[in-house]
Design a protein around this ligand. Sequence first.
Ligand code: 6AU
Length: 264
Amino acid sequence: MEPASVWKERWESATLPMARQYMELATQKQSLVCLAADRPTMKQLNDLLDAVHPYIVALKTHVDMVDDWTPEAWGAFCKKANDLDLLIFEDRKFADIGKISEKQMLGLYNIASWSDLVTAHLISGPDIVDGIQSAWEGKGRSGGVLLLAQMSSRGNLLIPTYTATVAEHGSKHPGVFGFIGNGSQPSGISELRKLVGNSKLIWTPGINLATGDGAKGQRYGDPYEAVLSGSDCIIVGSGIHGKDDPAMEAAKYAQASWKGITER
Ligand code: 6AU
C-alpha cells in the first residue's frame, strides 16, 4: 500500500518532514507501534531494541532515567536506532518558557542533537514550540513536537477545556508534529480527533492488550480500538518490555494497530 492512501488527509497536510517519514515507515512496516523503552540500563535498552525493532516504527526514550548513561553509550544506541530507520522520540515533557526549553534541549543530554521528536506541555504558552524548534535548527536538524493534549494517568489535570485549547493552538502551529492523547479511552480519542481535525497526528500511550488499571494510576486501553478511534500511533511500554518474549508481544501490537488503520 502507498502511504497517501493509508493516511489520506494526514499525508496531504503534513507540515513537517518528520510526519511523512513516520507515515512512510509505518506503511512499510505495517506497524503503528512506538516502543516506550523504559529500561534502566544501556544493556537492557540495547537488548530490547535488538529484539523488537522489526515491529516498531519509533523508539521512545526517557534519557534521564538510565542508570549507567554515558554520552558514548547513548550515541551508539541512537546510531543503532538511526541505522534501523527508527524515529527517536525523547519523552522529556518540556513545560518551561520558550528560551529555557531551548536550552534544556542542549545541556548534558544534548537532546537536540539526537532526537527527532519530543513531548511538551503547552501550559507555559505557544513559545515553547518555537524554543524547541530553535534548538533543532541550531544543530542543523529538523524535528517535531508532540503536545500533551490528554494524559492516560488517573486524576490528571488536563481537563476538557485545556485539551480543546491545546488542540486549537497546536493544530495551527507548523512546528507541531501532533498530540499525545489518552489511549486508555477510545471515546476520548474520538473527541480529541474532532478537536484536532484531520491534519495532525495523534499518538496514544496507555495501551495494553490487557486493558484496565495499571501500576500507580496508569490506565490501559486496547490497541485496535485506539487506532479505530483516531490514534495514529500506539505507544507501548510494559506490554512489550515487561513480557518474557518482547518480540512476540511487539508483533501482536503491530498487527492490531495495522488492522485498525486499514479498517479505519
Ligand atoms: O505502556 P507503559 O504504561 O509501560 O508506558 C507508557 C509510556 C511511559 C510514559 O512516560 C508515557 O508512555 N506516557 C505519556 C507520554 C508518552 O507522553 C503520556 C501519558 O499520558 N501517559 C504515559 O504513559 O513511558
